[in-house]
Design a protein around this ligand. Structure first.
Ligand SMILES: Nc1ncnc2c1ncn2[C@@H]1O[C@H](COP(=O)(O)OP(=O)(O)OP(=O)(O)O)[C@@H](O)[C@H]1O
Length: 336
């Protein structure tokens, strides 16, 4: 990443191609990066004091803000290499206040499922991890990163986001198309080849969802399953967060096994709340939640793993029935 001095000495033309984020940065102050042959520093020095008064900022402040912005960009682009060695969940208490006597350490490359009745507290556990709870949530749990309390910077800084959360509700409020949505995200993550990222993410999302959508589809026109597929592909490709939390892939009518494979491709700590036996058994361990507390930790046994293929065969049968149903066929044949 270039230093502030180097950026100020560069021609505006190359600044715009190398750091397109700066177009938006200056745009926020009402500064258009015109006169492309000038060095950025010379361009900013060519403004009169009155001009700066009109913009509502003086030159020194603008340069300081630019420096801060460049630091943030550098932090984001280094995010790709951000790794953690472990995540520890220290128990709090269940809904009735009984202690949750547990200390569980998760390491990268592991998948842990979270099971339990509706309303038992699965999403709450994911939320505790997302917020790096420090005995300050309704469960009293504490989360440690690399065996230590994460510092406040790590907890609240967006650039160093430790956790990517895929939640049950994906409501897009922006009125923009799919490619624009991914482009904005890819740009903020300093991705170099944005068109390639866009087409890969759309292709992967379409492999997860039923009806295909295109790069031009408005995000507000996506179905629940399609938008979830888009968010899963987006997280898998663009998120550098070392921890991925998934709240129920199965409800969205997307191919959940492919989705899981996509998300765990990289060395990440994955936790997923699920009601689905296949997903639960694909994890190496599962946390059973009861009345708001972690009640049991079960290691997936060999016998359970060997049941997976029979479960998948059952599941494929249901899937093909679902496909027939969606196509408008009758389901009259005897089901063995
Ligand atoms: N240990 C706890 N102490 C107090 N409240 C809790 C505790 N655990 C969970 N809750 C609360 O219980 C409610 C239900 O929990 P949650 O939404 O996490 O359930 P869930 O298992 O994810 O349900 P579903 O399967 O329907 O998605 C929430 O309001 C949550 O904050």
């Amino acid at each position: 990443m270039n230093s502030l001095e180097e950026i100020l000495e560069k021609e505006i033309k190359s600044v715009k191609t190398e750091l397109p984020q700066l177009i938006g940065f200056f745009g926020n102050y009402g500064i258009e990066l015109e006169r492309e042959h000038l060095a950025l520093g010379d361009y900013l020095s060519s403004f009169t004091e009155e001009h700066y008064e009109d913009l509502g900022i003086d030159k020194q402040q603008l340069i300081e803000n630019l420096d801060g912005f460049l630091e943030q960009l550098a932090a984001i682009s280094n995010g790709g290499s951000m790794k953690i060695a472990s995540l520890t969940i220290i128990g709090g208490h269940d809904k009735t206040g009984s202690p949750e006597n547990i200390e569980l350490t998760l390491v990268p490359g592991s998948i842990t499922s979270i099971v339990g009745p509706t309303g038992s507290g699965k999403s709450r556990l994911l939320a505790d991890i997302e917020w790096m709870a420090q005995n300050d949530t309704p469960t009293g749990r504490t989360i440690l990163v690399n065996g230590e309390k994460p510092d406040t910077n790590l907890r609240f800084s967006l650039e160093h986001k430790l956790v990517a959360q895929l939640s049950q509700n994906m409501n897009f409020v922006m009125d923009t198309c799919v490619s624009e949505f991914i482009r904005m995200h890819a740009e903020s993550r300093m991705v170099k080849n944005i068109p390639q990222a866009v087409s890969e993410i759309v292709a992967q999302a379409n492999m997860l969802a039923g009806e295909k959508f295109t790069e031009q589809t408005p995000v507000t026109a996506l179905s629940g399953g399609q938008s979830r597929a888009l968010m899963i592909a987006d997280t898998a490709f663009l998120s550098s967060s070392p921890v991925v939390l998934i709240d129920e892939i199965e409800n969205a009518g997307i191919d959940r096994k492919k989705a899981l494979a996509l998300l765990v491709k990289k060395e990440k700590i994955v936790l997923m709340a699920t009601h689905d036996p296949i997903l639960a058994l694909m994890a190496e361990q599962r946390l059973v939640i009861k009345n708001g507390g972690i009640y049991k930790i079960i290691q997936t046994s060999l016998a359970e793993k060997s049941n997976l293929s029979a479960l998948e065969a059952l599941d494929n049968k249901i899937l093909s029935l679902r496909t027939s149903l969606r196509r408008g066929d009758l389901i009259e044949q005897e089901i063995a």
